[in-house]
Design a protein around this ligand. Structure first.
Ligand SMILES: [Zn+2]
Ligand SMILES: [Zn+2]
Length: 317
């Protein structure tokens, strides 16, 4: 039982890099660049966390930053803790959110052109896989069906075009469900029920709630050293749990900074990206200079920040 708890915890904290260094800092904010092997690793880690696909996550996150605390913010914290934490994922979004999603889709072509994002999502997979069977089809579909039925007798029995598109479901099934259960059972004879409860149910629930906490806790409780006029805060507990993503006041002020926090803050995902930068797999790392940070703190901060000496290592000064 201890072993399965340990592997569940280890899985949470390795797959977490798929969210923090991957879909967040790389794909949502383009705070650095990563070569294809690193992008594939990050996509696989992200898939383990089960948080929808890269494209949808990154697009919503761009909407969140651009329209933070307006009705177009997908997890608008003004609607309360539970809405920001999880409610937004299950409730019908505000029409303004849908509208802004459409608008940002137009300017998020960088996501479309990344093959790793494309293959991880299999664009429109959910609709293509099952949604179209239960939703009302577009009128044009009905019209064209009638027209093509007349000339497509040969296709009636050929499912190949449909089946070759499937990739997301098996990946999700293998990485998020099957492997986490199989490994404890196979490697040290854990019972299937223990493996299922700890390594799948508990682990998946924990991963989701840690990630959700950035939208709820880190938008509600903490200090605002960089901008006191916005709701995101610096929350140390969230930062520790979410591999460095709780320094959220800083992150909303400098969303393009790959470190998502000032130097000197504990930020494991930054170390993760730095390690890959050392071997050249991550590159073009963007970071705010000490002067920019100090200037912003002086103008907008809540003065809660103990002003440290500028770091002599900071090459971006
Ligand atoms: Zn936020
Ligand atoms: Zn962000």
């Amino acid at each position: 039982m201890e072993q399965v708890l340990i592997i569940a915890l280890a899985t949470i904290y390795t797959s977490g890099f798929g969210i923090t260094a991957g879909v967040h800092r790389l794909w949502s904010h383009r705070a650095y660049k990563a070569n294809t092997p690193l992008r594939v690793i990050l996509a696989l880690l992200f898939t383990i966390t089960g948080q929808r696909d890269i494209y949808t996550w990154a697009l919503d996150h761009r909407v969140h930053h651009k329209y933070s605390e307006t009705c177009a913010d997908p997890h608008d914290v003004r609607r309360g803790f539970w809405f920001a934490h999880v409610g937004w994922l299950v409730l019908t979004p505000h029409p303004a959110v849908e509208d802004r999603r459409r608008a940002l889709r137009e300017v998020s072509k960088d996501l479309d052109s990344d093959p790793v994002v494309y293959w991880q999502k299999m664009r429109g997979f959910w609709f293509a896989h099952v949604g179209w069977l239960v939703l009302t089809p577009h009128p044009a579909v009905e019209d064209r069906r009638r027209a093509l039925r007349e000339v497509s007798k040969d296709l009636d029995s050929d499912p190949v075009v449909y089946w070759k598109k499937i990739l997301f479901i098996p990946l999700f099934g293998i990485l998020n469900v099957a492997l986490p259960i199989w490994i404890p059972v196979h490697c040290w004879g854990e019972s299937v029920i223990n493996a299922f409860i700890v390594s799948f149910v508990l682990r998946f629930t924990a991963t989701l709630n840690i990630a959700y906490s950035v939208n709820s806790f880190a938008h509600l409780w903490g200090n605002k050293p960089y901008d006191k006029f916005i709701s995101p805060v610096e929350n140390q507990v969230v930062s520790l749990a979410a591999l460095g993503e709780g320094w959220h006041n800083y992150h909303h002020v400098f969303p393009w900074d790959y470190r998502t926090s000032e130097l000197g803050r504990v930020n494991i995902s930054t170390n993760f990206i730095n390690a890959f930068a050392k071997i050249g797999w991550a590159y073009d790392l963007k970071a705010a200079s000490s002067a920019m940070i100090t200037d912003r703190m002086r103008r907008c901060g809540d003065e809660s920040h103990h002003q440290e000496e500028p770091d002599p290592e900071d090459k971006n000064k």
